[in-house]
Design a protein around this ligand. Structure first.
Ligand code: FAD
Length: 387
């Protein structure tokens, strides 16, 4: 068995032995399950794309991203938080300056420290280029940061945050950098965690940066590279979300199949009704399609085709997950509304996947831009195109 397969199976085990037995307890409180994350670290799930010399697994994206399908069977936002951490660890290993990387990379791959990614602001979500949080570059090369970020996952729980900032006062200038900010840096504070309808254990909050000064070696991506580098990170995140959606779909489908197989009605099993079978066949097809899309995208990440492939996967899989959760709830009848079924949890998680790391509409924007570009390459006379 190769290493990637071992890690994928370790993720499956983590889901069965750590997520399934505890997820109801997690959901009843507001504590992020750090004990579970320590176990994930021991199973090799925290440094998927990092070189082995830093304690990572040295996997490619195509090898590592199926991990999130396994974790997504259990809890999609727990899976998301580990995916974000893995992307931060990757950025530190591959783009961090040697002194910063040597200190933080082993901590991140071993789970001693957790990482967060901070781009969104109160006034800029989809339109990320409207960010206002700014960095002044000091004479000694250190950066001083001021501003307010929003939707910071692992708020006050992660130990280091990769923060995207603008580095120019010119309102038309989209220059930006990515700077690592340790949680304990002076001037860093967090707002109250948002009161959201899903995964209360995952803290998400505003982050305030009040004259936060970090040394020059904390610059991960220099001015001019911050937003473009973030978009590369977001392509990985989008593909991982699509992978997590496949986990949500396969777990929901299994639950619905079990229920329908055992539920007797009108003299036969619910699963023997063609109306029910066809509902479930459509889910099976959507799952196959979503899996192919995320696997294809994960092969292309880092190439010029990666962005569009990730957009296709992120456009399709969360919609399919929403449809799956609703259909499976219907197959379970009233039982689908009850907590032990896990379907009600999937029903709340699935729509979040349409928003986080770029909404479904933004994926359409990305795809539409590519279509417009392609249109410019087509011959002038459409009527002659295939003659
Ligand atoms: C659970 C969760 C965790 C998150 N964690 C993080 C994190 O750790 N770090 C971080 O930086 N961010 C994080 N985010 C923020 C997330 O990336 C943003 O929520 C997302 O990019 C959308 O931005 P917005 O919420 O401001 O929506 P808006 O940008 O206000 O969009 C509102 C609506 O307008 C639509 N829209 C926007 N543009 C167009 C268009 N051109 N055409 C048609 N419709 C359009 C959108 O699709 C959406 O439906 C998280 C979000 C969630 C839900």
């Amino acid at each position: 068995m190769n290493k990637a397969e071992k890690i994928r199976l370790a993720a499956r085990k983590h889901c069965e032995e750590v997520i399934f037995p505890n997820v109801e307890k997690w959901e009843s409180g507001t504590q992020y399950p750090l004990d579970a994350v320590k176990k994930a670290a021991k199973s090799g799930l925290l440094g998927l794309y990092c070189p082995t010399e830093y304690g990572g697994q040295g996997l490619s994206f195509a090898e590592g991203i199926p991990v999130f399908e396994e974790l997504g069977r259990g809890e999609g936002l727990y899976a998301f938080s580990l995916s974000m951490h893995n992307i931060v660890a990757y950025a530190v290993c591959h783009h961090g300056q040697p002194s910063f990387r040597d200190k933080w990379a082993p901590r991140l791959t071993s789970g001693k420290s957790l990482g967060g990614f901070v781009l969104t602001e109160p006034q800029s979500g989809s339109d990320a280029a409207r960010l206002q949080t700014s960095a002044t570059i000091n004479k000694d090369g250190s950066y001083t940061l001021n501003g307010r970020k929003a939707w910071v996952s692992l708020a006050d729980v992660a130990d280091v945050y990769l923060v995207v900032v603008k580095t120019s006062d010119n309102p038309k200038n989209k220059d930006s950098a990515m700077v690592a900010v340790p949680k304990d840096a002076e001037g860093v504070t967090f707002g109250e965690p948002y009161n959201k309808i899903v995964s209360p254990f995952l803290p998400i909050a505003d982050m305030f940066l009040d004259n936060v000064t970090v040394p020059a070696d904390h610059v991960i991506l220099p001015p001019g590279k911050g937003l473009s580098g973030s978009l590369m990170a977001i392509d990985i995140a989008r593909t991982s979300i699509a992978s997590g959606c496949c986990g949500l779909m396969s777990a929901s489908l299994d639950t619905a199949l079990c229920y329908a197989r055992d539920r007797q009605m009108f003299g036969k099993s619910e699963l023997d009704f063609q109306g029910i079978q066809w509902m479930l066949t459509d889910i099976a097809t959507d799952l196959e399609a979503s899996r192919l899309l995320y696997k294809h995208a994960s092969e292309l990440l880092g190439t010029p085709e990666g962005t569009i492939a990730a957009a296709h996967a992120k456009r399709f899989a969360p919609d399919a997950a929403v449809k799956t959760a609703a259909t499976c709830m219907q197959v379970l009848g009233g039982s689908g509304l009850l907590a032990p079924s896990s379907i009600e949890r999937m029903y709340r998680i699935a729509p979040v996947m349409k928003i986080v790391d770029g909404t479904t509409e933004i994926q359409r924007v990305v795809i539409a831009r590519a279509l417009q570009k392609h249109a410019q390459t087509l011959p002038e006379d459409w009527a002659q195109l295939h003659n």
